[in-house]
Design a protein around this ligand. Structure first.
Ligand code: GUN
Length: 291
């Protein structure tokens, strides 16, 4: 069994980007600048955004955190988006999700300039991704593909079962895994909350990608021997015995499933760190495309 070590691979990617940024600086070029917009004080979002901004600093990017109060109106947020679209200093930016309920998420994401949409959430970029065109691929599916590539996991002709049809992970990874290429060329089943006989499907899977958000949902009796497991779930489970008051777990019962797997991503330290590395990669691409 081989652990797909997202922490290690993401550090490699960040080192590669650091070298490129240093070269840009040496040539007297502008370095990539990422902005992140956070509305409200959701604990997990604060942690993620903080981590994204810290990573920028470490690798030599410029970064700007725009932290707006929970009561920010949709109109004010749209004004902020417009400002970022028109600010030549900003190469790419993200609107951290989820947004407060009174704001129409779709409307805000549609307002982001596709050329600065390093999250790859705009329909233009999602469409380009589905058509195999050069674009910004969303960080989480991009990270999964990179992890499979760097560990040389064979995906060709394999049956991949994706659990979850979210716009951010399940839907795009189902498209990418079926694309021509390596990784890719996989036969994909996209399972979701209305799927019947999920266990019948996962038992046939050579690769299971779970993006469900239900702690320890996938058990050993649901997968076959030699399966590759990609666990995208990151759930905070309340636990008073922990200093933070919670522990982090994935969708997969790692303890038992890892005994049957050929490859598996741990949580934490699997897909999560890859997501940040790929966001940085997209920001570097944005800078290169703007110059
Ligand atoms: N919320 C959860 N995942 C993501 C992500 O990849 N990008 C943004 N902007 N928000 C998120």
């Amino acid at each position: 069994m081989e652990i797909l070590d997202g922490k290690k691979i993401s550090n490699q990617i960040k080192e590669e980007i650091t070298v490129e940024v240093a070269q840009m600086k040496e040539r007297g070029e502008k370095v990539p600048h990422l902005a992140a917009v956070l509305v409200g004080n959701d604990g997990a979002s604060l942690t993620y955004v903080g981590s994204k901004v810290r990573s920028c600093k470490k690798i030599g990017f410029e970064s700007t955190l725009i932290h707006l109060p929970e009561e920010t109106t949709e109109e004010d947020l749209l004004k902020q988006v417009n400002q970022l679209n028109n600010d030549p200093a900003i190469d790419g930016y993200i609107i951290q999700l989820p947004l407060p309920k009174h704001i129409d998420e779709e409307k805000v994401l549609m307002a982001v300039d596709p050329n600065k949409d390093v999250d790859g959430f705009h329909p233009t970029n999602f469409g380009k991704m589905a058509l195999d065109m050069e674009t910004f691929i969303s960080a989480t599916p991009f990270g999964i593909m990179e992890l499979l590539k760097r560990y040389k996991v064979d995906t060709e002709g394999k049956h991949t079962v994706v659990i979850g049809r979210s716009h951010i992970v399940g839907r795009p990874i189902s498209i990418l895994m079926s694309q021509k290429g390596n990784p890719g060329n996989s036969t994909v089943t996209l399972a979701h909350s209305r799927t019947k006989n999920l266990k019948e499907l996962t038992l046939q899977a050579d690769i299971v990608i779970s993006a469900l958000g239900v702690p320890k949902f996938l058990k050993a009796d649901m997968v076959k021997q030699g399966v590759t497991i990609i666990d995208v779930g990151i759930t905070r489970v309340p636990d008073d015995t922990k200093e933070k008051g919670y522990y982090i777990t994935g969708d997969v019962d790692y303890e038992e499933v890892s005994k049957k797997a050929s490859h598996i991503t741990p949580v934490p330290g699997g897909v999560g760190p890859m997501t940040i590395a790929m966001l940085l990669k997209n920001t570097l691409l944005a800078r290169e495309r703007h110059s």
